[in-house]
Design a protein around this ligand. Sequence first.
Ligand SMILES: NC(=O)C1=CN([C@@H]2O[C@H](COP(=O)(O)OP(=O)(O)OC[C@H]3O[C@@H](n4cnc5c(N)ncnc54)[C@H](OP(=O)(O)O)[C@@H]3O)[C@@H](O)[C@H]2O)C=CC1
Ligand SMILES: CC(=O)[C@@H](O)[C@H](O)COP(=O)(O)O
Ligand SMILES: [Mn+2]
Length: 387
Amino acid sequence: MMQKKGVAILGSTGSIGTQALEVIQEYPDKFDLQVITAQSNSKLLIEQAKFFQPNTVVIGDEAKYQEVKDALFSEDIHVYAGAQALCQVVEFNEVDIVLTALVGYAGLKPTLAAIEAGKDIALANKETLVVAGEIVTERARAKGINIYPVDSEHSAIFQCLVGEFHNPIEKIYLTASGGPFRGWSIDALKSVTLSQALRHPNWSMGAKITIDSASMMNKGLEVIEAKWLFGLKSEQIDVIVHPQSIVHSLVQFQDGSMKAQMGLPDMKLPIQFALTYPDRLQTNLPRFNFLDYPQLTFEQADKKTFRNLQLAYEALDKKGTAACALNAANEIAVQLFLEEKIGFLDIARINERVLLDTPFLSNPSYEDYVETDLLARELATKLSFRK
Ligand SMILES: NC(=O)C1=CN([C@@H]2O[C@H](COP(=O)(O)OP(=O)(O)OC[C@H]3O[C@@H](n4cnc5c(N)ncnc54)[C@H](OP(=O)(O)O)[C@@H]3O)[C@@H](O)[C@H]2O)C=CC1
Ligand SMILES: CC(=O)[C@@H](O)[C@H](O)COP(=O)(O)O
Ligand SMILES: [Mn+2]
């Protein structure tokens, strides 16, 4: 009998995390849930712990430790709190694979700790590769561990590459929905509201990535993520707008042949493929019907109006700490936009300024990334007061 896979889910209370738990619930013979974590949603974390009975839970917010501890008093579950605990729980012997479903820069440290401990990574947290892709992929290679992409576009590319890993890639096309503001002018974007920006046409996701999709920063982050996952140059990575989100991305090989991966937009598919590769699970998920989609369409991405996409390519070409600074600026700007303290177009304005003004290091160490992230956040916060 096949051994169950020990899984740690960092960010189990989020959009990816809860969908991953649904997958685990459906296949109890495949997975052994070891660790779940949340930042502040103690209520849901406690509920998940009682239902799934993992070995360990972590609550990021230390002020909520006692509440979680008390609620799980009669359960045989270890409870820890704080950011450092995330780095410790991924090292447990029983953990085979770590699903990084937490959002933002906070994913970097525990991902590096998991790699150091020799654990495979199912990577949803794209910011980790944007901030420090070189260090992360180098350390993974040195340890001989695998990073399986969860992001739908990168899972699509990965699926297209199965059986082709020895064949050079000529180019990849990352598909983009275009978000809720596809086709809008700069003028029209000046007055968009938070609730408009949170209305993604095809995907239901966490707030941060939903705003990133609306501003096209999500696609910019994905271009950088693809560079590190698949070892590509920026000119080999193209973005094509595909409003239906059915073709999840495409690879073009050196003979000119192209492979695409398609399916209804449902993150359970890439989540489970990352957890079970090279096997596919038998599922009852709804099947794609061609007649429901008589037209699959493709458009050029508008990098002029959606400046963030252009900035991501610039950061990628600049290398070093550039993408780390851009990511930090964007995290601050998106948070301020979510708090309705800045306008939608301020996000790209702040990102551009921070990318230009943050001191640049061409060959950064881990500590340099930490320092750059801090400096860029400070700068972005200052810039939010100036229009
Ligand atoms: N949602 C999606 O469909 C997709 C998401 N991704 C990527 O996956 C990652 C997660 O996205 P998503 O699930 O949408 O995000 P959510 O905001 O829905 O969930 C984030 C999770 O991370 C936890 N968390 C938040 N901040 C911290 C922190 N500082 N330290 C530790 N844990 C934290 C949250 O805890 P709490 O609930 O307590 O706040 C929650 O469990 C992102 O990097 C995103 O870009 C990629 C492709 C698709
Ligand atoms: C589901 C997923 O992978 C998201 O990253 C999604 O792709 C966002 O859609 P956009 O194409 O609008 O950024
Ligand atoms: Mn994606």
